[in-house]
Design a protein around this ligand. Sequence first.
Ligand code: ADP
Ligand code: GLC
Length: 482
Amino acid sequence: MHDVLYVTSEMYPFSKTGGLGDVMGALPPAIHAKGAKTAVITPFYGRMNLDGHKLRLVYSDLHVGYPWPDTTAEIYQTDYDGISVYFVSRGEFFDRRHYYNTHYGDYFDNCERFIFFCKAVLKWARMLPSPPAVVHSHDWQSALVPPYLYFERQTDSFWKNTKTVTTIHNLAFQGRFSERLFHESHLPAEAWTMHGAEFYGDLNMLKASIAYSDAVTTVSPSYAKEILGPEFGCGLEGFLNTQSHKLHGILNGADYSIWDPCNDKFLPCCYSAEDTRGKLECKRSMLRDFYMSDQLEDKPVLGFIGRLRGQKGIDLLIDILPRLMKKDVGVIVLGEGDLGYEARLLEFMEEYPGQFCVQVGYTEDLAHGIQAGSDIFLMPSRYEPCGLTQIYALRFGTPPVATAVGGLRDTITPYPASDATGFTFEKPDSDLFYEAVMQAVQAWHDREEWQKMVKRAMRKEFTWDRSAGEYIKLYRELGARL
Ligand code: ADP
Ligand code: GLC
């Protein structure tokens, strides 16, 4: 019935906290477009965007048996872009203000919440008329699905032809919990080994997923190599090296039906590589929205969108802001995250009214507005498994300045190459970042050459069709009958 089943804790437009949501809103439909019957299963969050989608209750009391012997789930279904989307509902786990954490930290029962989710997925999938050819899980929240399936496959012939794939979107989040939760998870005792779920005496859900999946992917070729070393391996590099035979790097794509200024419902006007004039109108509108000086209209404005965390190098931007403010440029930041960074940025806004603005929060339409309205996009990440915002920035004609790591390295052709689409600097260091930003600002002033770079960037294609082709190839190499 379903060839490929995706298991994920986020899916745009229903739920999203970052790139995982975008990927899961776009990859399954792209797989479907290649002829594979595709379904997604994800939690039913209380705070979900149903956006007119009608849900159908398909199970009212699916027996999950966790955390209590009589615990059940409800399963809902809707159609989205040709695929079936299933939602696992249990109010006490998923009807909360946030998905994973508040400002004060992670929810105390995250492990139980996602053990419950993974168990429910397996129970529901076992009731399907026929097994999926591939079960593909994403990140630590869905990570117990491949190990559960691996052990069930040994005794239940229903699963004998089902292949499992795990995608690591961010190795820093591993789902590491105390040993007690390993016993609660009901994984068999043989999984408690350094080759399985155990990690320095703790349960490591992502590690278990890597150990028991038929293949493991990360979201860019560079990151697939980087995580094999100590700098980016987050402690798992030794283990990953033992699994490198099944590790693949498949670059994400961009959903151009959502992220393209020639057809963007959030923008005041459209533009394209053939006619970029509308970009200036978008800039004016952004400057107004953020109460920025209209004198910035003919000065470079630099935009940043992302989680305000160490990963994204927001501290590097904070470091160089006083220097930047002495130059004739404007800076706009959209993000939320560490309270310390939020507070520091808000202070800057008071210090530099009209020239610097931060919007603390998570707002989809403003993200589009900044992509279109800025001249230069800032992405000084310490590490970046893929990064989608720089791919969007290219399409919006906003050349990025980024650290040469992970997916940033794989998607930006750095200045001064004749086919440059942006600017990179070698490592996350404030001075190197500042130099690269200044290089971009200088290049911006050569209006003719800049326009050429803008158009080159806009013409770059990172389609999901290409990525989907690579995933299908991998599924077939594993022997999945697709
Ligand atoms: P990551 O997944 O590491 O956060 P990505 O670049 O892959 O980074 O994806 C980030 C996604 O989240 C993009 O769609 C981006 O527009 C969106 N995003 C990040 N921060 C915000 C915010 N504060 N408001 C709106 N969208 C945001
Ligand atoms: C993670 C990574 C980001 C990637 C996204 C989608 O959140 O931090 O680099 O683009 O997942 O794969």
